[in-house]
Design a protein around this ligand. Structure first.
Ligand code: C2E
Ligand code: MG
Ligand code: MG
Length: 721
């Protein structure tokens, strides 16, 4: 089936011409022929037509009014007008007023008129579609959130949509309409990069244009916008026109800025965090390498005894102290130097442009001075100090991470030197630290591979050298077979926290070993406990579990702790010691005499025995001042109701001397070296007589009635005889 023919309205009052035209149009159009304007307008107003061919001069109307009347009756219908040969201007006037085309009477052929009518219809269709699409475009612009811009490079015009103007608070139509007007609203700091990006795209270096920059809002504020666009290129590849959108991204920018801030700032103190510090250090190092900066130094700071404060006064006070410390550090540095909190109670300072040790040293001294003032935190007056490690960048090989690590190593050494000290890094420190790392890694392996074992050193009664118990001393058999002594690895285990596992393992091993000695139910085993283990809230539970599982009666377990453990955390430790004592566990204070001179504090703690440090034992007989200390310890112990063990008894003279001093217990190579588990069984089986195999003949049999003799000798010595 053919599609219906297009409907043509033919206004022609000359019958001959009408007939001619109908003849040549009938095959391509459905022709409705009228002879007057009145009839034409009546048809046009009521019926659908695809096109109209209008003779301008008919009986009831002439020239332009003919067209205008018909056009008014059907504005959407395309018109082709015919005029007389002598009046082409009238026809042209009609075209100007909306007719599609004109024909001059008697000068056209059938083809011409058909083509003219077809073109008229075609053009009308295109115009209609264009109108529709314009309308759609207008609606799209109005509805879009983004503003639209359209830059005509040839004419230098810069069109923007209403939304674009509204985004910047401009009244509709206010925008100037040139590229310069746009650029004038761009933030001066962003302009250069924006123009470069535009040019990059226009020159074809960038496939698209996408740029974020600030624009001035009518309220005077800068808004962040994202401008995107695409150039339309001609056959030569030249951009003639470029169009795109502009979106307001201010809110997103705010969120991004906040996230960036969070990612680079320590939430508690507001200082830069570790990653921000390292990033900044990186840029400083780069400038040093480029020769634009003389040098730099990093100070690594760690609060002394922070854990004690945190544990005893609570985390809230701890946090407030950190904030206050951060504040003082900020005040200590010069403008341009940076302060960061690396985490926990660790801080770092970065000094830029230094060419010698002076500035970092000065800064460290200033920090120590600032810290020396008490901190007033609510009701608490606190004293805090920091240990500082300094590293100076020595050459291009020092990466930011190296610098921070070396400053940390130096800080660690300063910590060992005491509180509030400063230490400058040197390569020697590094070597020592690397050795430490080997041990740390090895120790982790030792724990899993069962390379640790325990030796037991007998503890005897001084008078008859009879066995009362053992001290458990840990050893480490390295894979190559050599034995590593605790002095080498215990301090590292304490630093790294591995002591928790090592200590727990030793306690369990020692308790199990002793529980197996069922024939000697009175023998005790002393286990060394580091202050760090003591500070753990679950330590009591760990001891209880160990006793339960190994079935060792609590009275047979002794915990050896040091004065440092007491002093670091007196409140918690006193509580813990009482809880342990309630369960029957004994407490011995190890290495006594080398720590704090004020002895009165001992009253607060339920301690069963003091172990006199071997440095005193070894000084007797002969060094009156050390003997005086031993005497003082003995009398102090008596007044506090504690017993005393002398450590490090190496020879007979020392033993006899201690005998004279009424020291109850002793431990040392003279009685026995530390022995392995098998030997423990043998010793325990020996009815607890003298431990030393060759000792019986030397010993007065208990009870020692002859205490007076050695005592007199001591008296002689003291009196200088
Ligand atoms: P400590 O608790 O004071 O242990 C006594 C140390 O003195 C032992 O050294 C022992 O072998 C040594 N010793 C005993 N008698 C004499 C003597 O007559 N002369 C001399 N010169 N030394 C003597 P060791 O086994 O090397 O242990 C050293 C330190 O390592 C211990 O000192 C203790 O503080 C620590 N330690 C050992 N085992 C452990 C453990 O399992 N845990 C913890 N936290 N520390 C441990
Ligand atoms: Mg000990
Ligand atoms: Mg000791």
């Amino acid at each position: 089936m053919h599609p219906p023919l297009p409907r043509l309205l033919l206004l022609e009052d000359s019958p001959i011409e009408a007939e001619t035209l109908q003849g040549c149009l009938a095959s391509t159009f459905h022709v409705v022929h009228v002879t007057s304007v009145a009839a034409a307008t009546a048809h046009l107003a009521t019926e659908p037509f695809d096109v109209a061919l209008v003779d301008l001069c008919v009986d009831d109307s002439r020239n332009l009014p003919t067209f205008l009347a018909c056009h008014a009756a059907a504005p959407h219908v395309p018109f082709v007008v015919q005029s007389g040969i002598d009046e082409p201007e009238v026809a042209m006037e009609a075209v100007a007023r909306g007719a599609q085309d004109y024909l001059v009477k008697r000068s056209f052929t059938a083809d011409v008129v058909r083509r003219s009518l077809r073109y008229a219809m075609e053009r009308a269709r295109i115009e209609r579609e264009l109108l529709e699409s314009r309308e759609r475009y207008r609606l799209a612009l109005a509805g879009a959130n983004d503003g639209i811009w359209d830059w005509d490079l040839e004419r230098g015009r810069f069109f923007v949509s209403e939304r674009w103007e509204a985004m910047l608070g401009l009244p509709v139509g206010e925008f100037g309409g040139e590229l310069e007007d746009w650029l004038a609203l761009v933030h001066p700091a962003d302009r250069e990069r924006l123009v470069a990006a535009l040019q990059g795209h226009v020159r074809g270096e960038q496939p698209g244009f996408d740029h974020e920059h600030r624009m001035l809002h009518a309220d005077g504020a800068w808004r962040w916008v994202r401008t995107r666009g695409l150039g339309v290129r001609d056959a030569q590849g030249q951009v003639k026109r470029m169009a795109g959108s502009q979106g307001d991204i201010s809110d997103r920018r705010v969120v991004e800025a906040r996230l960036l801030h969070q990612a680079t700032t320590d939430a508690l103190t507001g200082l830069a965090n570790r990653s921000a510090f390292l990033e900044h250090l990186e840029s400083v190092v780069t400038r040093c390498d480029a020769g634009t900066l003389r040098g730099c130094a990093v100070l690594f700071l760690d609060l002394d005894r922070f854990k004690v404060i945190n544990d005893s006064l609570g985390h809230l006070v701890g946090d407030r102290l950190l904030v206050a410390v951060a504040q003082r550090l900020r005040m200590s540095v010069r403008p341009g130097d940076s302060v960061a909190r690396l985490g926990g109670d660790e801080f770092a300072l970065l000094v830029e442009g230094v060419d010698g040790p002076a500035r970092a040293d000065e800064l460290a001294a200033r920090v120590h001075r600032m810290m020396a003032q008490p901190f007033l935190l609510g009701n608490n007056q606190l004293f805090a100090s920091v240990s500082i490690g300094i590293v100076h960048r020595s050459g291009p090989d020092d990466t930011p991470e190296d610098l921070l690590r070396n400053a940390d190593i130096a800080m660690y050494r300063s910590k060992r030197a005491g509180r509030a000290c400063t230490e400058v890094f040197s390569e020697v420190h590094h070597a020592a630290a690397t050795g430490r790392l080997d041990i740390e890694n090895g120790l982790r392996r030792a724990l899993t591979k069962g390379e640790l074992f325990v030796n037991y050193q007998p503890i005897v009664r001084i008078p008859d050298q009879s066995l009362v118990g053992f001290e458990a001393l840990v050893r480490w058999r390295a894979p190559d077979g050599h034995i590593i002594q605790p002095a080498e690895f215990i301090p590292i285990a304490e630093e790294t926290g591995l002591i928790d596992e090592v200590g727990a393992w030793v306690m369990r091993e020692a308790c199990a070993q002793l529980a197996a000695l069922t024939t000697s139910p009175a023998l005790t085993v002393a286990v060394n406990v580091s202050s760090r283990q003591f500070a753990r809230p679950d330590f009591l539970a760990e001891v209880e579990a160990c006793l339960r599982e190994t079935k060792l009666p609590p009275e047979r377990l002794v915990l050896e702790i040091t004065e440092t453990a007491l002093m670091e955390n007196p409140v918690t430790v006193a509580k813990l010691l009482h809880q342990l004592r309630e369960r029957g566990v004994k407490i011995h204070l190890d290495d006594f005499g080398i720590g704090y001179s004020a002895l009165g504090y001992l009253r607060r703690f339920p301690i069963d025995r003091l172990k006199i440090d071997r440095s005193f034992t070894q000084a007797i007989p002969g060094r009156p001042e050390d003997e005086a200390i031993i005497l003082a310890i003995l009398s102090l112990a008596t007044s506090l109701g504690m017993e005393v063990v002398a450590e490090g008894v190496e020879n007979e003279a020392q033993w006899l001397h201690l005998l004279g001093l009424h020291c109850a217990y002793g431990q040392g190579f003279y009685f026995s070296h530390p022995v392995d588990a098998a030997r423990v069984v043998a010793l325990a089986g020996g009815r607890h007589g003298p431990v030393r195999e060759e000792s019986p003949r030397l010993l007065p049999r208990a009870p020692v009635a002859s205490r007076g003799a050695p005592q007199r000798r001591l008296g002689d010595a003291r009196l200088g005889h």
